[in-house]
Design a protein around this ligand. Structure first.
Ligand SMILES: NC(=O)c1ccc[n+]([C@@H]2O[C@H](COP(=O)([O-])OP(=O)(O)OC[C@H]3O[C@@H](n4cnc5c(N)ncnc54)[C@H](O)[C@@H]3O)[C@@H](O)[C@H]2O)c1
Length: 441
């Protein structure tokens, strides 16, 4: 049991008071898809927010009030920077002045599919340097259960300050869904779990006046596992339905019709949809944080491994579908023009990370196809193995095969069906069209 001396109690009470009257100096480390909307939400609520990022470009853009995240309006940012509620810097010494810090840095996988903790480590090193009494630190980056206590805490507690007494440490998973018009940072319930009960209650207090609902849980480990359950749930169900799509294709059954009919069941069923593979920074990656941790404990995460295997095979399945469809039109894949509609990893967003369209383009090019693409959100792709500029949608008319890889709402599907000689639709975007030139996944 920690004893609270009057001075230390004062620093905690002071933090509570500052959170309550919104004078707490709020810091966000990592101003990407997660960190920027969060910074804007707290700034809108009246806190003075400092974003810290290693990217000078992002820092300059924030300070100019210029948004680079689709879900954040530049007009909001301009107003907040003008009023002094939002600023950004790449100078970590500001941490010394901050009362609260949310860590929103990337957590990718290494090539070996092991967690890459280097970003969290770099942010934590800086925090350890500037840690001071009365500071609340909340990790939001998705990670394996135990990270906050086993990885972050030892780095922070190396000095003389004690967690739960001198400073406070929580994990709160970020659940933002970029491009979702109904659910934004502000109205997605926020799960938070602290390393000690005092940490949890401070974390809860921090979010509760700004976000619509806070869900406290008993520990940071539980909070870490919540996020992994959510994403593993999606990843494994998508894999199941992807496998079903392959079965349906063999049996000449329209998998989309099956799912839509099944979804009329008012209980016990939730629809998931097949596609050309998994994309984004979360669903294809996060479950492997869990399987890595399980392996450390001598347990194989078999569902995750199997789902990963099935999902990773989807671009090849689409490639086979394209090849067979072209052959049915007496054309070989080699030398054919294949036009991809949509390369972002999902509808109406500008994020290319882990997009299955990239795997598909790579496979097509390897087989000798001449590939072009249209995407209103992604104007060029310059990667190690792909170098392409976006072209107008009308390229579909001259292509031997067009593939709807991502169903952006701005595409003119009616024109596509009327003019493209052959379309492989991976997203059911052509539902309702029964034209002979349309082939479904
Ligand atoms: N993008 C999503 O939809 C989403 C949703 C839920 C959770 N998450 C999780 O949130 C975390 C952040 O994801 P994101 O999509 O915002 O990533 P991002 O790449 O868009 O943003 C991360 C930011 O952190 C900065 N950064 C990197 N190292 C830093 C350091 N040492 N100090 C300061 N800044 C640093 C980068 O420059 C970048 O601006 C990840 O763990 C991710 O899994 C993402």
């Amino acid at each position: 049991m920690l004893t609270e001396t009057p001075t230390l109690l004062t620093s905690r009470r002071q933090l509570e008071e500052r959170i309550r009257n919104r004078t707490a100096a709020v810091g966000i480390i990592g101003l990407g898809y997660v960190g920027l909307p969060l910074a804007v939400e707290f700034a809108k609520a009246g806190f003075r927010v400092t974003g810290i990022d290693v990217s000078d470009t992002k820092v300059e853009q924030v300070n100019r009030g210029d948004s680079y995240v689709l879900d954040v309006q530049s007009s909001d940012m301009e107003e907040l920077t003008r009023s002094g509620h939002l600023r950004a810097t790449s100078d970590f010494s500001v941490l010394a002045e901050l009362d609260t810090v949310n860590i929103c840095v990337p957590t990718p996988l290494r090539k070996s599919k092991d967690p890459d903790m280097s970003y969290i480590a770099a942010a934590s090193e800086q925090l350890a340097r500037y840690l001071h009494p009365g500071m609340l630190i909340i990790l939001e980056s998705t990670t394996y259960p135990g990270t906050t206590e086993e990885f972050l805490l030892p780095m922070l507690q190396a000095g003389s300050l004690e967690v739960g007494r001198d400073f406070f440490l929580c994990f709160s998973p970020e659940r933002v869904d970029p491009g979702n018009p109904s659910f934004r940072t502000s109205n997605i319930p926020k799960v938070v779990g602290g390393v000690t009960p005092v940490c949890t209650s401070l974390g809860e207090m921090f979010y509760q006046d700004v976000l619509s609902r806070v869900v406290p849980v008993s520990s940071s480990r539980v909070a870490e596992m919540v996020k992994l359950l959510e994403n593993t749930f999606r990843m494994t169900n998508i894999a199941m339905v992807n496998e079903l799509a392959i079965m349906c294709s063999r049996m000449s059954i329209n998998v989309w019709e099956v799912i839509d009919a099944a979804a009329t069941k008012p209980f016990g069923f939730m629809p998931f949809y097949p596609g050309p593979g998994l994309g984004g920074h979360c669903i294809p990656i996060d479950p492997f944080y869990l399987s890595w941790k399980s392996r450390q404990l001598g347990m194989e995460a078999r569902f995750i491994e199997l789902a990963g295997y099935i999902n990773a095979g989807m671009p090849q399945f689409v490639l086979d579908k394209i090849q067979v469809s072209l052959n049915d039109h007496d054309k070989p894949l080699r030398g054919s023009r294949v036009h991809i509609m949509g390369v972002a990893y999902k509808r109406d967003i500008d994020d290319l990370r882990e997009s299955p369209a990239l795997d598909l383009i790579h496979l097509l090019q390897k087989r000798g196809a001449i590939v072009s693409y249209s995407d209103p959100f992604i104007h060029q792709i310059h990667l190690e193995n792909i170098d392409l500029e976006a072209v107008p949608e009308s390229f579909a008319e001259a292509a031997d095969c067009t593939v709807v890889a991502t169903d952006h709402s701005g595409f003119d599907y009616e024109k596509l069906v009327a003019r493209a000689p052959l379309i492989v639709d991976c997203r059911n975007s052509l539902k309702g069209y029964s034209s002979p030139n349309v082939v479904r996944l």
